[in-house]
Write a protein that binds this ligand. Sequence first.
Ligand code: ADP
Ligand code: MG
Length: 348
Amino acid sequence: MKSFKSFLIFILCFITTLSLSGCKSNNSTSKGQPLTKTEVIIGTACTISLYDNKDPKILDEAFTRLKELEDILSINKLGTELDKVNEMAGKAPVEVSDDTFLVVSQGLKYSKLSDGALDITIGPLVKLWGIGTDAAKLPTEEEIAEKKSLINYKDLVLDENNKSIFLKKENMIIDLGAIAKGYAADEVASLLTKNNVKSAIIDLGGNIFAVGSKIDGSNWKIGVQDPEDARGSSIGYIEVTNKSIVTSGIYERFFESNGKKYHHILNPKTGYPYESEILGVSILTDKSIDGDSLSTTLFALGIDKGLEFINAQPGAEAIFVSKDHKLYLTEGLKNNFHLTSSKYEIIK
Ligand code: ADP
Ligand code: MG
C-alpha cells in the first residue's frame, strides 16, 4: 500500500527555523532540531519527530509498538489476529487482544453511525479491486455482485465478555484500512506523553498527531496541502495544540482503466468507488481513531451530508476541499483556518 497522504498534509514549520525537511528523517539532536525516525510500517511511511526529551529509546519503543499493532491488525500479513478472524468467518468466533477488539468495536460504531457508508466488512471488495497494489484491476459486474453480497456490518458480532469477534458468513473479510492508522497514532501519542514528551509530531502516512505544542509553547501550524499541487503550495493552515489531523482523498491511491480513474474508497452499495465532488477532507479531533474513521466516513457521505454528520459529532471539525476549488469548513474552524491560496474560496 502506497500512501501519498504525507503530500496532502504537511507540517508547516514556518516562522521557526524548522523547515519541511527538518520534519523528515534525520539523526540530528542539535538545539531546535527534532530527533526523527522514519520506517515503513502498516504499509506506509511512519515518521516520529521528538522536539523535547529527545531520547532514541523513546523512538525505538514507539516503533516497536507500531510493529506490534501491524502484527495484529493487518490483513496484508499472514497470521495476524485479524487474519484469523477472517479465516474463521462463517465458522466460529475468535478471541482477540484488547487492541483488536477496541479497533473493531470502533469500526462497527462508525459503520452503524454512517448507516453503512463506512463499513469495515468492506474487505472482499477491497481485495477484488486491489487498488494501491500491483494487482489493481477493473472487476467484472459478476465479480462485484458476488463480493457486494458479503458486505454487511450487521453480520459482524462482537462479544464483550469473551472479547471475541465473529463474522456470520463464510468469505466475509474485515478491513481496518480506514481506521487502524488512527488507532496507531493514538497509541504512539500516549506512549510519548507517558515518557514525558511534550512536543512531538507523529506522521503515519499523513495521519498527523501534533503532540503538545511547539517547544516555545506556541501552537503547531499544520498546513493543508493543495491536492492539485501535491508537493508544492498549501491551501492554508490551522493552529493546533495536542490534536490529530487526518485526511482522506481521492488522489492518494487510485488506478486508471480506459481513461477513468478509480480511487480506493469504495461504496458498499454499488461496489464501485464513491462518485464524489470531494478532492480531500481533513478532520481535526482529539483522538486520531475518530479522525481516521470520520475522514473516510465524510468522504463517503459527500459535502452536504458530511457536514451534517460532523456537526453532530462533538469535538470534531472538518475542512472539505472540493473539485471546483471551494472550501467548506465546520463552525469551529471558521476562525482557525488561515487561507493562503488565492486559487481556493471559503464557502460561508
Ligand atoms: P488511507 O488508507 O489512504 O489512509 P482512508 O483512511 O480513507 O485512507 O481509508 C481508506 C481505506 O479504507 C481503503 O484503502 C480500504 O482499505 C478501506 N475502505 C475503502 N472503502 C471503505 C468503506 N466504504 N468502508 C470502510 N473502509 C473502507
Ligand atoms: Mg480513514
